[in-house]
Design a protein around this ligand. Structure first.
Ligand code: CO
Length: 218
């Protein structure tokens, strides 16, 4: 059997197992989804959102791209956010980066892989804005880790600055923005910043050069 057929077979086994444990599982999901969380993460195959957060189908709305970027004009990401906040009424938006990210490494080393170089210019912009803090680290592995962390914070600020989140806060909707980093070496998630639930705290983080409410890796 070809590898691709294995996937369909895996699916049959998985679906049967789910139904055995909970006969109405798919019936309930088919009627509606009511996730409380929006996950914005890297496309990396080692960072499967539901699995590492221990959440079932229906519990996590997900947007993934290379290097977990929230670009001001990216209609794809903005549409996911708008639907998640305005229609699904998620309570939490979680930006999750990860260590050993190929996108971060390529950006830091200024490597060339084709079209994606343009996308990773956004990461290079973050590096440029924080070059003193990053470049002062002696080891490359430390510089990669630091850029991965700062990139998450930069994207947290970008989430907070979207019209989607700003309008939600203005109308009194309860939405918190979180910045996490996942370690592919041990499977653990760490929070990088206090939850941000209002425009003032978001502005503090932004105007302090991403330092104001930053936490050490916990
Ligand atoms: Co990555």
């Amino acid at each position: 059997m070809s590898d691709i057929k294995n996937l369909i077979q895996n699916n049959r086994t998985w679906a049967a197992g789910m139904t055995e444990r909970d006969p109405d599982f798919f019936g309930r999901l088919a009627r509606q989804q009511a996730p409380e969380y929006l996950w914005i993460g890297c496309a990396d195959s080692r960072v499967p959102a539901n699995e590492i957060a221990g959440l079932m189908p229906g519990e996590l709305f997900v947007h993934r791209n290379v290097a977990n970027l929230v670009v001001h004009s990216d209609l794809n990401c903005l549409s996911v956010m708008q639907y998640a906040v305005d229609v699904l009424k998620v309570k939490h938006i979680i930006v999750t980066g990860h260590y050993n990210c190929g996108g971060i490494i390529a950006a830091l080393r200024n490597q060339s892989f084709g079209l994606i170089d343009n996308w990773l210019r956004h990461v290079q912009d973050v590096h440029h804005q924080h070059r003193e803090e990053i470049d002062s680290l002696e080891k490359e592995s430390a510089r990669i880790a630091k850029l991965s962390e700062i990139n998450v914070l930069a994207q947290v600020v970008n989430v907070c600055r979207t019209t989607v989140v700003q309008n939600a806060w203005q109308s009194g909707q309860n939405v918190s923005v979180h910045g996490w980093i996942y370690d592919v070496k041990d499977g653990l998630i760490h929070s990088l910043v206090e939850a941000i639930s209002d425009p003032e705290t978001a502005l503090e983080l932004h105007s302090s050069g991403l330092k104001r409410v930053r936490r050490g890796v916990a």
